[in-house]
Design a binder for this molecule. Structure first.
Ligand code: PAF
Length: 281
């Protein structure tokens, strides 16, 4: 991969990387299309990264079908589908880890210890192997995007990190490879996330003055307890750049939430809240 990337660079070609864990859905395909519009050569990496899964998480169950994914990527016109083996990525003796300290701590951090260290480490390796000029990540993992932006800045990577808007099913459910775990009525229960987002956005749009975040979160929390089969991991309203909790809803605020459906399937979603903007009046 690196030899190929070096040749492209010598030829003056622009390389775009779309890192994935496979089981492609429309969300992945739209990242690929975005990359193809920006680069001369697009690499899609497909690697179910063991070091970003906790011991009780779904590493073994994670859906995999290389042949299916290969066809989908080829149909989009992707130049290379790069699917390294775990033993090649982490040979015996591997012991390095990259940690973005603060941004990894909150939100998904407490329920997924070590997760973002695993993400940063693998993404850094993928960057080294594919030598991209830019890399595209979905905004569904909003914290991941912020963490990778920070890593890229802190380590002077000279790689543009591009966020791509969430792609949703017709009924609003954010696309995710993990949606395949939803069985029967769980698919309907999963809409609790998008219902919460819609409600919050509507409350903000209708407010005559800035809403107090604490009050809005209390409202969202009390609605979510009545959602059947839905256990809240967190609901947060944060500043988009620092990921720090906001006090009042303002235009740079985003609502982030994580819930477990039937104590089994953990789903995340997020959306900008817009909000009361003094300059708009
Ligand atoms: O978002 C994902 O699919 C993964 O976390 C990533 C960025 C491919 C790293 O394994």
């Amino acid at each position: 991969m690196l030899a190929q990337a070096r040749i492209w660079r010598e030829q003056g070609l622009t390389i775009g990387l779309v890192p994935t864990m496979g089981w492609f859905h429309e969300g992945h395909l739209s990242l690929m299309r975005d990359a193809l519009n920006r680069a001369n050569r697009v690499v899609v990496s497909l690697f179910v990264n063991p070091i970003q899964f906790g011991p009780s998480e779904d590493l073994a169950a994670y859906p995999r079908d290389l042949e299916r994914d290969r066809k989908l990527a080829a149909a989009e016109g992707v130049h290379v589908l790069y699917a390294p083996e775990a033993a090649a990525m982490y040979p015996q003796g591997f012991q390095t880890s990259i940690r973005v300290a603060d941004l990894s701590c909150g939100l998904c951090g407490p329920s997924r210890p070590g997760h973002f260290d695993g993400v940063c480490t693998v993404v850094m390796k993928l960057f080294q192997q594919t030598r991209p000029h830019f890399s595209i990540f979905g905004e569904k993992d909003f914290q991941q995007l912020a963490v990778i932006r920070r890593m890229s800045r802190d380590l002077d990577l000279d790689i543009e990190i591009i966020g791509h808007p969430i792609v949703r099913e017709a009924d609003g459910l954010a696309m995710s490879s993990r949606n395949i775990y939803l069985k029967g009525q769980e698919r309907q229960q999963a809409l609790s996330l998008v219902r919460t987002i819609d409600y919050a956005r509507q409350r903000v749009a209708e407010a005559a003055q800035p809403l107090v975040v604490r009050d809005l979160l209390a409202e969202l929390g009390s609605r979510l307890v009545h959602e059947p089969g839905c256990r809240v991991d967190y609901v947060a309203i944060i500043d988009e750049t620092t990921l720090r909790p906001a006090e009042t809803v303002n235009p740079s605020c985003r609502l982030l939430l994580a819930v477990k459906i039937n104590d089994r399937v953990r789903l995340i979603d997020n959306a900008p809240l817009g909000g009361w903007n003094e300059t708009a009046i």
